[in-house]
Design a protein around this ligand. Structure first.
Ligand SMILES: [Zn+2]
Length: 234
């Protein structure tokens, strides 16, 4: 796998959030138990699993000099429920640790995140996995996905076929590529040391933005929410 292929199909980093029992709102309570049980073969009681909220990707320039357009985040948000939570993108050697059972788009100023919830069974074999997330040791996450068009920010062509190089400047304009035409979300992973500068958000509150159109399920917000032009126009 060459460098460009690696960066095109590589990891994206977000952050695991603290266990999220506060995201429910009086206006639209999140019925997590019902949503979890859409994916189980027998009825699970809430004592049988733990729920985590995490970010999988966002609309900011990442360390590979690539960026998701907002419309691709919207697509990813719909594709995430039902996908597995893995460790280190290991699709060959290990089985899932959890299942993403719902997802939302979260807005923090100009940043938009795909922010799903995942459930992990309280099995003996998951004990240390859960403890390490709760304890803040396993804190980074990453999305595994496929897409077809890495579009050059300078010339608009497929960056594999043009002369521009991500990370280089052309007339003081930084070259990156847009991650377009997302095909699949394969999984979301806990990774040991991915770094995009994001970390735990301790001050996750109930301030919820809703009613931005039918295709927006619920948008949980962080502090200092501001509508972006994109959201206003949507
Ligand atoms: Zn180009």
């Amino acid at each position: 796998m060459d460098l460009l292929e690696r960066i095109c199909y590589g990891e994206r980093f977000g952050a695991v959030y603290t266990q999220d029992s506060t995201a429910e709102t009086p206006e639209k309570p999140a019925n997590d138990e019902e949503d979890v049980n859409k994916f189980s073969l027998r009825r699970l009681s809430s004592e049988e699993y733990v729920i985590f909220t995490l970010d999988l990707c966002h609309n900011q320039l990442d360390r590979h000099f690539s960026k998701f357009p907002n419309e691709e985040l919207e697509k990813i948000n719909k594709l995430v429920p039902g996908r597995p939570l893995m460790e280190r993108h290991d699709l060959r050697g290990s089985l899932p640790r959890g299942v993403f059972f719902k997802s939302c788009l979260a807005v923090d100023n100009e940043k938009i995140y795909v922010r799903p919830k995942v459930y992990v069974l309280r099995l003996e074999e998951n004990k240390s996995f859960i403890a390490n997330i709760e304890g803040g040791i396993y804190r980074e996450t990453s999305i595994g996905f496929t897409f077809t068009l890495p579009e050059c920010s300078i010339c608009g062509k497929d960056i594999r076929k043009c002369v521009h190089i991500p990370g280089k400047k052309y007339d003081s304009e930084l070259c990156f590529y847009w991650l377009r035409d997302v095909q699949e979300v394969l999984e979301g992973s806990v990774v040991a040391c991915g770094s995009q500068g994001t970390g735990f958000v301790r001050d996750y509150r109930n301030s919820v933005i809703a009613g931005l159109g039918e295709k927006w399920d619920i948008i949980y917000s962080l502090n200092n929410f501001k509508k972006t032009p994109w959201l206003e126009n949507d």
